[in-house]
Design a protein around this ligand. Structure first.
Ligand code: LFR
Length: 474
């Protein structure tokens, strides 16, 4: 039958993927099939005390993935999504100026004190509506080298940088702009108040454009390098979290989502930002979602803890989770404790030190440490759900978990048990799917109210009922 293809590039902190999506069938019964054509590792590169992303290597891997896609036939469009907050600077001729820093670079340690001296915390929150994390773009810019800023012509957030290299167009897509702490979610423009107070280079910021903006064709050079022709570049919801939420297979109104990867993002889709004192006190974030939605969320630690442990262990994940499920829950850590933020293979020791300092018996084996981490993440997620219910006044029945972490049955089950809500797990590839769906919508193949239906028809979810409820029903 008729079908149309799109390419999604999903860059995560630990890996990148290039996938081909095929939308098939007639509306309103369309389905999306995805095929991951290329996977490659990603991560921070330490240089002289700094931590950087290897954007040139990422670019080479993207070109490689596009070339593989070209071998499969015609492709309507391509879009890129990445983690939030990081950026590159380019000069007047479009040349990249120096490296692209990783948000875990330690130069922002302690920057919040300086920032709050320029604009009080409550005001920063009132203008931007996002959690005040030192990694946010505004605070990274306070630590920028003045020479670099002077030579810069444009600041491009990471997905925008790749869209610039693909299409030649320099824009800032709104969902990624909203992670910067320089964007006002009500006016949907850059916040003049924040830029002025922090003395940030407003002249470097491109106009914010909506998720689903057609940036025109691939440059002739990229076409030649990849053998793709007739392919448009479309800015999807360029923040990975926003793409993932666009692909949550939910129905009705009483659901929350958990985007579970290196980070854990627990949230609700709401029509307008929530900037109340209660939201500030709870440190909730209002980021931009696809289709003008607001994502009211708690941003927190995720599988990063296990990814770093794995640097030391190098074990099979499936075995490890199976063994961890046999261990009794015991000691707990606070996943947000600052000691866990930095990269390093000493993560198991950091977990043990935390337990010792808090008078708990430290976990010893990889299975015990994994159990401790999973339990701690499940508790943090359940707590975030309670806070979201309190702040929004909404009663939630279902929690949709998407992303890599949705494959961890133990984590899903513990979130169900601790929250008392039904967990629906999957799809694992929500970010790629959301990226593809927004492209399809932009080119007129889908209506905005059809996106979630396509995911429900195309993907399966796994259901986890809370243990207490199961007992009550028995
Ligand atoms: C997840 C994510 C989070 C953001 C963090 C840092 O990949 O995009 O939403 O808080 O990375 O940018």
């Amino acid at each position: 039958g008729e079908s149309v293809s799109f390419i999604a590039v999903d860059l995560g902190a630990s890996s990148g993927r290039v996938a081909l999506g095929r939308l098939e069938g007639q509306p309103p019964q369309q389905r999306l099939s995805i095929e991951i054509l290329h996977r490659f590792p990603n991560g921070g590169v330490p240089v002289r005390g700094g931590l950087y992303w290897d954007v040139l290597n990422i670019w080479r891997e993207i070109l490689h993935g596009l070339k593989l896609a070209a071998g499969r036939g015609e492709v309507a469009s391509v879009g890129v999504n990445t983690w939030g907050v990081d950026y590159g600077l380019v000069d007047k001729r479009g040349e990249l100026l120096g490296g692209v820093r990783h948000y875990r670079d330690s130069r922002t340690d302690g920057v919040l004190t300086r920032a709050f001296g320029l604009m009080p915390r409550a005001d920063l929150y009132a203008h931007t509506g996002i959690q005040l994390l030192p990694i946010n773009t505004a605070f990274q810019l306070l630590c920028e080298s003045p020479t670099r800023l002077e030579s810069a012509h444009k600041l491009l957030m990471t997905p925008d940088l790749f869209h610039f290299w693909l299409s030649g167009k320099a824009v800032c897509e709104r969902t990624i702009a909203s992670t910067s702490q320089m964007y006002d979610p009500r006016s949907r423009e850059w916040s003049k108040s924040v830029l002025d107070a922090l003395n940030l280079p407003a002249n470097l910021l491109p106009e914010p454009v909506p998720a689903g903006t057609d940036l025109g064709p691939l440059t002739p050079e990229v076409s030649r390098l990849t053998n793709l022709s007739g392919t448009q570049v479309i800015a999807p919801a360029a923040h990975d979290t926003a793409s993932a939420v666009a692909a949550v297979p939910a129905e009705g109104q009483d659901w929350a989502f958990v985007s579970s990867g290196t980070w854990t993002l627990v949230g609700l889709e709401v029509p307008e930002p929530v900037l109340t004192p209660a939201a500030l006190a709870a440190e909730l974030t209002n980021e931009a979602g696809a289709n003008d939605q607001t994502l009211l969320m708690k941003n927190g630690m995720g599988l990063w803890l296990l990814q770093q442990c794995d640097l030391a262990w190098k074990l099979d994940y499936a075995d490890l989770y199976a063994q961890a499920a046999q261990v009794e829950a015991g000691p707990l850590i606070d996943p947000e404790d600052a000691r866990f933020a930095a990269p390093g293979a000493d993560m198991p020791q950091r977990v043990q030190a935390y337990c010792l300092e808090t008078q708990q018996t430290p976990p010893q084996t990889p299975a015990e440490i994994t159990r401790c981490i999973v339990e701690s993440l499940a508790q943090a997620t359940a707590k975030a759900l309670t806070v979201l219910e309190e702040v929004s006044g909404k009663h939630l029945n279902t929690v949709h978990i998407v992303g890599g972490g949705s494959q961890i049955a133990l984590l899903n089950q513990r979130i169900a048990d601790l929250s008392g809500k039904t967990v629906m797990a999957g799809p694992v590839e929500a970010t790629l799917i959301g990226n593809l769906l927004i492209q399809a919508q932009t080119l007129g193949y889908l209506r905005r109210d059809e996106l979630r239906g396509v995911v429900r028809r195309s993907e399966t979810v796994q259901i986890f009922e809370p243990a207490a409820l199961e007992a009550a029903h028995a």
